[in-house]
Ligand binder design. Structure first.
Ligand code: RB5
Length: 147
């Protein structure tokens, strides 16, 4: 799979999405931005579905979603089978989401953490790898809930 990261947001997450794209590009990832590309009001589940399906179908290794709080995006993305979306507000949460939960989608709230912290959370998420071991057994149990 290409080391591609897909991005999406709603109208409340445009600026942090752009910052996350900038951070990922600077870190050397292949970036695919799935929009939206205007400031018009949109519905976050539409973009959670696009990003979640790209990750679940293997068209991208990771996804990043931004809305006002990060809550709606995480609720919606976790409905896509195979997605493990983590709503993170700190760098520690972002590292743990990758290390212990092998989260494949990061959700953030622009109105909660803003661009500076949001960029740092993005960088932490992208830099961390899954630790495997005992955590894999727990992920297998999560996957069983999908069936
Ligand atoms: C949009 O106003 C807002 O509801 C949305 O961005 C998000 O915060 C929902 O969870």
């Amino acid at each position: 799979m290409a080391d591609r990261i897909v991005f999406g947001s709603d109208h409340a997450g445009l600026s942090l999405r752009a910052e996350a794209v900038r951070v990922a590009t600077a870190a050397g990832f292949e970036v695919e931005d799935l929009g939206p590309f205007s400031g018009d009001s949109v519905d976050y589940p539409d973009f959670a579905a696009r990003v979640g399906q790209a990750v679940a179908e293997g068209r991208a290794r990771l996804g990043i979603l931004v809305c006002g709080t990060g809550i709606g995006m995480s609720i919606a993305a976790n409905k896509v089978k195979g997605v493990r979306a983590a709503h993170c507000t700190t760098e520690f949460e972002a590292r743990m989401a990758r290390a212990h939960n092998d989260a494949n989608v990061l959700c953030m709230g622009e109105r909660v953490i803003g661009l500076g912290l949001g960029g740092a959370v993005t960088a932490a998420f992208l830099a961390q790898t899954f630790e495997g071991g005992r955590h894999q057994r727990r992920l297998d149990k999560i996957a069983a809930l999908d069936r």
